[in-house]
Design a protein around this ligand. Structure first.
Ligand code: UDP
Length: 483
């Protein structure tokens, strides 16, 4: 049976960094392009749904948000399995539930949209005669390396991984070894990861369309290369649709201690420090960061997590060793010295609201792509502190190409970055006079706001997707009538 509106089924893999942009895409399809939307969410652990991290969004148009039953992958992975491998296995194990739910739908869905880790589900779309889309919740540059990956031969791999030479991507900026993806950092080359990424690259290229959370003017060169037959257009069969920046909107009346504190600070005087939903630092690095923020003399809000190599039983607010409540993994007396100038938030902060606040003047970030977009749409320059996945590529793009960020001399997880360098980076971002980074990011902010308005390039990209889905819907309806 057919509905009158195209029906998009979206599939989000575990992790807030995937869930948030998939939900934003769903909202956009429903509110601006007349779709019915169902979002299936794979969660790593059912208990996350009770945590404040997992709040299904309230939207004017109702989205049908469905949690797939949690999958147990303990027998399929071991302690050496990378996060990426675990995500792929989780998504694979969730396929039977997804298939059963799609097959039970009253109205035949028109399209399946999956993220990077959900590409195996595209086979289900074929089974049910749906259009197949992939939503890349990262840059077009990351998409470029992913679709090029299956064509990297042994010699090119050796030159990059072992000889540490740049990795060429047809028609795009090469990736320097220092900026490369995690999977090239493993000197032995994890063949499972390599073959998994090869498969994903092929599956993406053969989809009906690829949606990317970027926009035309942000990455014009790479987007051209993805379409151009002389470059990546040769291997990418799918059309590429830059549809971003899709970021969580700020909530209107967001009252909290941190927002009250921000209200009292001067314009653009505070740097916000956060490493995303999962980023943690070593004990030594956490301490150096604390000293660096203090030395910088600038105001800050820091979302702090206990260090990974610290005492496993250390709990941020319960275990303290200092008279002023400073936890044991921060320098003694830190809370007293930073009083009035700094604010420490344990574990999680209302990031989109913070970045949109007029008192924020900088973002010290791990460069996850959602955080990066949130910084750009608010016109906030960054200290780029990449930790894993494709974050180093994002940092390179921000510092060298877009020139809206500074980054340390060495990759943060390659060694400890000292307090003086941290303080210096904070000062460079926060000084207000003659700050070209700030001017450039404000320019990006204007461009980001424009592309999502009716007639803007990202709006038009989603309109094209919507047209394809309407055509598909009509074809399916005609077939159903003919049957
Ligand atoms: N986030 C937040 N509060 C926090 C940390 C993260 O709201 O304290 C949100 C942030 O706004 C972003 C997402 O979580 O939307 C993190 O996604 P990102 O791609 O930046 O990084 P990841 O967590 O995937 O590494």
């Amino acid at each position: 049976m057919q509905n009158t509106n195209p029906h998009a089924v979206l599939l989000a893999s575990p992790g807030m960094g995937h869930f948030i942009p998939v939900v934003e895409l769903g909202k956009r399809l429903a509110t601006h392009h007349g779709f019915d939307v169902t979002i299936f969410v794979v969660v790593a652990d059912a208990s996350i749904t009770e945590s404040p991290l997992f709040k299904p969004p309230r939207t004017p148009n109702p989205l049908n948000l469905v949690l797939l039953p949690p999958v147990d992958i303990s027998a399929l992975v071991d302690s050496t399995s990378s996060v990426a491998s675990q995500l792929v296995i989780m998504m694979r194990e969730a396929l039977p539930s997804l298939r059963a739910d799609i097959s039970a739908m009253k109205y035949h869905p028109t399209a399946l949209i999956v993220d990077l880790f959900g590409t195996e589900a595209l086979a289900i779309a074929e089974e049910f005669d749906m259009l197949k889309y992939v939503f890349i919740t990262s840059t077009a540059w990351f998409l470029a390396v992913t679709v090029h990956f299956p064509y990297i031969d042994e010699e090119a791999e050796h030159n990059h991984r072992v000889m540490k030479r740049p990795l060429d991507i047809p028609g795009c900026r090469s990736i320097r070894f220092e900026d490369t993806l995690d999977l090239f950092l493993d000197q032995t080359g994890d063949r499972n990861l390599f073959s998994g990424f090869t498969r994903v690259g092929m599956e993406i290229s053969n989809a009906d369309g690829i949606l990317v959370n970027t926009w035309q003017d942000l990455e014009p060169l790479t987007l051209r290369a993805l379409e151009n037959e002389k470059f990546l257009g040769r291997v990418v069969k799918a059309s590429v649709y830059p549809v971003g920046p899709l970021v969580r909107p700020t909530r209107q009346s967001s009252k909290s201690e941190v927002m009250d504190w921000l209200d009292m600070q001067p314009m653009e005087s505070v740097i916000y420090v956060s490493f995303g939903s999962g980023g943690t630092l070593s004990a030594k690095q956490t301490s150096e960061l604390a000293w660096g923020l203090e030395l910088s003399q600038h105001r800050f809000i820091w979302v702090v997590r206990p260090p990974v190599d610290g005492d496993a039983s250390a709990n941020f607010f319960n275990v303290t060793n200092s008279h002023d409540g400073t936890p044991s993994f921060l320098p003694d007396g830190f809370f007293t010295r930073i009083r009035n100038r700094g604010m420490v938030v344990p574990m999680w902060a209302p990031q989109t609201e913070i970045l949109a606040h007029k008192s924020i003047g900088g973002f010290f970030s791990h460069c996850g792509w959602n955080s990066t977009l949130e910084s750009m749409v608010n016109g906030v320059p960054m200290v780029a502190w990449p930790l894993y996945a494709e974050q180093q590529m994002n940092a390179a793009m921000l510092t060298e190409e877009l020139e809206v960020a500074v980054q340390p001399k060495i990759r943060p997880n390659a060694g400890v970055i000292e307090r003086e360098e941290i303080a210096e980076m904070v000062r460079r971002v926060m000084e207000l006079k003659g700050n070209e980074m700030r001017d450039k990011v404000k320019e990006l902010q204007r461009s980001a706001n424009h592309v999502l308005m009716q007639g803007g390039s990202s709006y038009n990209s989603l309109s094209r997707v919507s047209k394809e889905c309407e055509l598909k819907l009509h074809r399916l309806s005609a077939m159903a009538l003919g049957a």
